[in-house]
Design a protein around this ligand. Sequence first.
Ligand code: SF4
Length: 76
Amino acid sequence: MIRYKIEIDRTGCIACGVCYSLNPSHFEPDEEGKSTVVGGETDAKASSGVFEDEEIENARDAEDSCPVSIITVTEL
Ligand code: SF4
């Protein structure tokens, strides 16, 4: 098991949909299409959540694919 944190700087999200299309188990859209972390804590500026599973590579794929580089995945 790997414990890791996903953070999104929602102020820069352009609602492109790449992260939640690639990885709907970690990311989902709000009503405006801006990304949030599934099961995480979200406000207008940020969203974050901690996971403990074998799926960190999927999270990193989304991190690498975000066109405005506002997703951060950190192993804890
Ligand atoms: S890939 Fe980046 S810009 Fe696109 S919806 Fe996800 S967080 Fe927002």
